[in-house]
Design a protein. Structure first.
Length: 106
């Protein structure tokens, strides 16, 4: 079964319309239709999608010194890769999980 078929079946099983899914993901209904029919791969602007729920994501780029944070994050990701031999994705997931637990505890 192709990915589009899986998406279609999952959406039908939950009883959600393409419109509802599109709104939650911050994409158009037509994009959902294209995904379900395997028409083409579409990249999602996750910052834009999530900024509807979390407005800070829409404008932090203008006020936060991103490169400074990005450099430190890259160093942590590289460290996880070198020390624990994680691949890039696993390093990101571990760092995300650590960040979540730190945020949750404070």
């Amino acid at each position: 079964m192709r990915l589009g078929s899986h998406l279609y079946q999952a959406r039908k099983k939950t009883g959600l319309s393409q419109e509802v899914i599109a709104e939650r993901l911050g994409v158009s209904r037509q994009t959902i239709s294209k995904w379900e029919t395997d028409e083409k791969e579409v990249k999602i602007d996750w910052t834009n999608a999530w900024s509807k729920k979390y407005p800070v994501l829409a404008n932090y780029q203008q006020v936060v010194e991103i490169e400074s944070y990005a450099r430190r994050i890259r160093e942590m990701l590289d460290d996880l890769t070198k020390v624990y031999h994680y691949n890039k994705l696993d390093s990101m997931l571990v760092l995300k999980d650590i960040l979540y637990h730190e945020w949750k505890e404070n």
